[in-house]
Design a protein around this ligand. Structure first.
Ligand SMILES: [Zn+2]
Length: 285
């Protein structure tokens, strides 16, 4: 599932392209994927793009906002004379658009297009009044944004301490504790902090809370720096450079040698999710 760094990467690449464009047409191939009245969006200009947790927002003229949640398999592909790809990676993402997984197509007045593709159709686009965005069910109960300066290790500690009995890796994936961290970056955060992902929150002290805070911020910033876990880049001969999973220390690296100590990375299941760690580097429990 695309996490904060993937959605941030999409935001950063889209904002250079689509701010100021007018939506001339919307084609909805799957009604499950588009909630709201498309007539409220047609003819509007895109004024601003923002991200909150894993949700992407586009503010439009006329006080309307589009919210996008990519969920498990959502993908946003923008195409003018180049292509920007963001979200869940699939083999067909570099092929011809639209494809059989294209659920919604936005056409802009300059002839460019934004495709919302989603194999499993858990993702959605929603039309809301800009004034009511904060009250939207997808946004109102979220915890703090990890990259905002108000979010400190003390805030993280306070939020974590409400979840004392669960493992730290599971706790930082709770969207009320901190917004936008999912399975990839939770594993990486524990690695950076040298904490065993199974360590219980209630058994952690100040040193561990500081370490998990720093480890998480580092994992998120590295994710953004390397373009998230999708190849969210222009598709050109250089387009396959930055790819966070090539840089990840543990995620997806079962049985590979640890990049620090060469010990074999282990994969376990924690709260139903594949969890990766180095048994030699991550000894704090
Ligand atoms: Zn190691």
């Amino acid at each position: 599932m695309p996490e904060l760094p993937e959605v941030e990467t999409i935001k950063l690449s889209l904002e250079k392209k689509i701010i100021g464009l007018k939506i001339s047409k919307i084609q909805i191939n799957s009604h499950k994927s588009f909630i709201g009245n498309p007539n409220l969006v047609r003819g509007r200009k895109i004024l601003n793009i923002w991200r909150r947790a894993k949700i992407l927002g586009m503010d439009l003229s006329g006080d309307m906002t589009l919210l996008f949640h990519l969920k498990m398999t959502g993908q946003l592909i923008y195409e003018d004379d180049q292509r920007i790809i963001g979200g869940h990676p699939t083999p067909d993402m570099t092929g011809k658009m639209p494809n059989s997984h294209t659920r919604v197509i936005f056409s802009f007045s300059d002839g460019s297009h934004l495709y919302f593709n989603d194999q499993r159709r858990f993702g959605w686009i929603r039309v809301v009044n800009s004034g009511k965005v904060r009250e939207d069910s997808s946004l109102k109960n979220l915890g703090p944004e990890p990259l905002e300066k108000e979010f400190t290790w003390v805030v993280l500690k306070q939020n974590l301490l409400r979840r004392k009995s669960i493992p730290i890796k599971v706790a930082i994936m709770d969207q009320k504790v901190v917004a936008g961290v999912g399975n990839i970056y939770a594993s990486e955060a524990c690695f950076n902090a040298k904490i065993d992902p199974r360590a219980k929150v209630g058994e952690m002290g100040e040193k561990e809370f500081k370490a998990i805070y720093q480890g998480m911020i580092r994992a998120i910033n590295d994710g953004i720096k390397y373009g998230g876990s999708t190849r969210a880049h222009f598709v050109d001969p250089e387009g396959h450079k930055g790819y966070f999973l090539d840089y990840a220390f543990v995620y997806g690296r079962n049985k590979h040698p640890c990049k620090i100590c060469k010990t074999e990375i282990k994969k376990i299941t924690l709260a139903g999710r594949g969890t990766y760690f180095c048994p030699n580097c991550q000894t704090i429990w």
